[in-house]
Design a binder for this molecule. Structure first.
Ligand code: CA
Length: 368
């Protein structure tokens, strides 16, 4: 019988199993599903919000949300995340405010407010939950986002799944603050970059938006992270989108009679109007990365492991992912050049859509 002074639940549990073989007890413990520990680094706009809801309504554990400037500024990102945490009844999840600028101030930045709305979430502040003035102050004040990433990765060594759905500034800073960050993190899922050179920013750039916002940060992350990296490139959305619109109604979940469906209807309103002019729907983007972080084996249906870095100097290619195709063609020619990134080239859009439906339908926790 235990003689410890541990919590009564532990003692009670031990008493219950006092006559059972330890291997069976251990087996019971090992059969319990271990919750993933997620940290989401986000620029806090409409598809980020839908991705956050996907993670927060899942069975996995969201330890924290860090924010970064991207489609909007970092304070607006904090406010949008805070409002979303209230929407799912999870104001307990800490927000850490990260970088509000790229590593090089000379980097030509653009935002995406024409598409997401001036507040990044559909310019509907009166939609429930209403935007509050205090939302911009919701971030923890004791440390910035990059420091929080370093500390969480050290505390939960080899357990942390980092989901990056904004520019990679915070992650690059974390790597420079603590070289162990590269291996402390269990895995990184990045929405950003490209694999075939398709860009989505003005000025004839061939960069994807998140990498275009901070090419140096993207370069550092791809070159220096030593844990498995999964990249959801822009082409997954851009080239596969037409096919997916044939099989998925990306607006169906908005028609559900639930508070989260109403919230997401407001959040996506500006983007849906713009896309409707071209006969398109507001399909999933950041949500794909979150879904992959939650259920990678089921969501990823095809991918390529490649040696990748980021071009920093090209007039039109700055920020574009540069693949070492030589290594892909002749992998034994130089064994030291190992693939460092798994690029997702196909995914199960129907399953992601089901996950979004489930998240939107799920009851919101009562925090009162
Ligand atoms: Ca984003």
């Amino acid at each position: 019988m235990p003689t410890t002074n541990g919590p009564s639940l532990t003692n009670g549990s031990d008493s219950l199993h006092a006559d059972m073989p330890s291997a069976l007890i251990n087996g019971q413990h090992s059969n319990e599903k271990r919750r993933k520990k997620l940290v989401i680094d986000t620029d806090g706009c409409a598809d980020d919000v839908r991705g956050l809801i996907l993670a927060l309504q899942s069975e996995e554990e969201v330890l924290a949300v860090t924010t970064v400037a991207g489609s909007t500024n970092v304070l607006q990102a904090v406010a949008n995340v805070a409002r979303t945490l209230r929407a799912v009844g999870r104001p307990d999840v800490p927000i850490y405010k990260g970088a509000n600028a790229s590593l090089l101030l000379s980097t030509r930045r653009t935002d995406a407010l024409f598409f997401f709305g001036l507040d990044g979430v559909g310019d509907s502040p009166d939609a429930e939950p209403k935007a509050l003035a205090a939302d911009v102050d919701a971030a923890q004040t004791d440390k910035p986002g990059a420091v929080a990433l370093v500390e969480l990765a050290a505390k939960y060594k080899h357990e942390l799944t980092l989901v990056c759905i904004g520019p990679l500034t915070n992650v690059a800073l974390a790597l420079k603050l603590d070289p162990n960050f590269a291996t402390n993190v269990k895995e990184v899922v990045i929405m950003g970059g490209n694999v075939w050179g398709c860009g989505n920013v003005p000025d004839r750039s061939t960069a994807e938006f998140n990498f275009h916002c901070d090419p140096e940060a993207a370069h550092i992350v791809l070159d220096e992270m030593k844990c498995p990296m999964i990249c959801v490139p822009w082409e997954l959305f851009f080239l596969e989108g037409k096919k997916h619109e044939q099989i998925v109604d990306f607006h169906a979940h908005l028609m559900m009679d639930t508070p989260l469906a109403k919230y997401l209807t407001a959040v996506t309103s500006v983007g849906r109007t713009i896309l409707a002019a071209d006969g398109k729907q507001f399909a999933y983007c950041d949500e794909i990365a979150v879904a992959i972080a939650l259920r990678p084996e089921e969501i990823i249906t095809d991918s390529k492991h490649l040696k990748a870095s980021v071009e920093l100097h090209g007039q039109m290619t700055r920020g574009q992912v540069a693949i070492n195709w030589f290594d892909d063609a002749w992998p034994k020619a130089d064994p030291s050049h190992r693939p460092n990134v798994q690029f997702v080239t196909s995914y199960d859009a129907l399953l992601v859509d089901k996950m979004v439906h489930d998240a939107v339908a799920k009851l919101i926790l009562d925090t009162n």
